[in-house]
Design a protein around this ligand. Structure first.
Ligand code: GTQ
Ligand code: FE2
Length: 315
């Protein structure tokens, strides 16, 4: 009878590898850790630097070449080429007078914050609404949407989409509209997908009266129509600082009015009109307004909340 082969740990680990398996105790990289790693980096993109680049793109690239003339902001964390924070991508987009951005639909949810320019309309599932500075417009999952500039001014806005989350979970579907544009279109002054700047200001005034002058006031743009992204407008009076906060949610803040500084994990980032501030999960932050400021908060909070993973602390 042959002697049994001497077994060894080395041979065992070779067997794991040959079966595409690994021992939990042998893995080189831990699978669990005590609290969120801060992978993505705090970062700010400045509109004053982006706008001339968009204008150059406007001269060099037309809407035949680019269905959308958009510039996405990728977080500078190693290995990332797309996402602004883990779950959300933000972009600047510009459309010139007479241009049409053809209709399409996709499973990622999207929204826009208009920065400058009048006379541009978006069509969402047959509803045509004007996009004016300060407005926020929604394009929910699978809604047809196109944009057209029928005015005389270049129009600039910011897009936010949950594309990185869709990449992670894989349910990506995208379709160009077979006819290029929707046929049945109704022009509407107001629509549930449109949050008008005047209405936001009125809501902020009411909230300011409730919390008192000299305190930050925050209103939700609702009722929520996007399953993955929550939206808040936050007004911070000049000289006021918001309470330090850290949350498992990922946040992007867009500057609608005023200027100030955000300190994230001890790093100070100044901002002014049109800037984009990325605040990845679990990094403590405070905003300070140098002059009266309004920030749009774009957050994946609903995803974390639905899954039982939303934790917020005031360190
Ligand atoms: O305007 O439909 O920035 O589909 C990225 C993807 C904008 C849009 C973006 C899009 C759009
Ligand atoms: Fe789109």
């Amino acid at each position: 009878m042959a002697a049994p082969e001497a077994d060894s740990l080395e041979a065992l680990y070779d067997a794991f590898a040959s079966m595409n398996m690994e021992g939990g105790w042998h893995r080189k990289f831990p699978a669990l850790w005590p609290e969120p790693r801060r992978n993505f980096l705090p970062h700010v993109w400045r509109y004053a630097e982006v706008k001339p680049i968009l204008d150059r793109a406007g001269r060099l690239v037309d809407t035949a070449q680019a269905e959308r003339r958009n510039l996405t902001m990728f977080n500078p964390v190693e290995g990332n080429v797309y996402s602004t924070v883990r779950t959300i991508v933000a972009a600047y987009q510009m459309i010139r007078p007479g241009e049409v951005a053809r209709a399409h639909r996709h499973t990622p949810n999207a929204l826009r914050l208009i920065l400058e320019g009048r006379g541009t309309y978006t069509v969402v599932d047959g509803s045509q609404v004007e996009m004016r500075p300060g407005d926020v417009l929604l394009t929910p999952n699978w809604a047809w949407h196109s944009h057209a500039n029928g005015g005389g001014e270049d129009c600039y806005w910011m897009d936010f989409l949950d594309v990185p989350l869709v990449h992670l979970m894989e349910p990506m579907f995208y379709q160009p509209h077979p006819a290029g544009l929707e046929a049945d279109v109704t022009e509407l002054a107001e629509a549930p997908i449109a949050f008008r700047w005047e209405d936001t200001l009125a809501a902020l005034d009411a909230e300011q009266a409730r919390v008192g002058e000299g305190a930050p006031a925050s209103v939700t743009l609702g009722p929520a129509q996007l399953d993955t992204i929550a939206l808040r407008m936050m007004r911070i009076p000049a000289g006021v600082e918001t309470a330090s906060l850290r949350t498992t949610a990922n946040n992007i803040f867009a500057v609608v009015r005023g200027n100030g500084t955000t300190v994230v994990d001890g790093q100070a980032m100044e901002w002014r009109f049109g800037d984009t501030v990325a605040i990845p999960a679990w990094r403590p932050f405070t905003h300070h307004a140098a002059e009266d400021a309004v920030l749009l908060q774009v957050t994946d909070e609903p995803v974390l909340a639905k899954l039982g993973w939303l934790r917020t602390e005031t360190p």
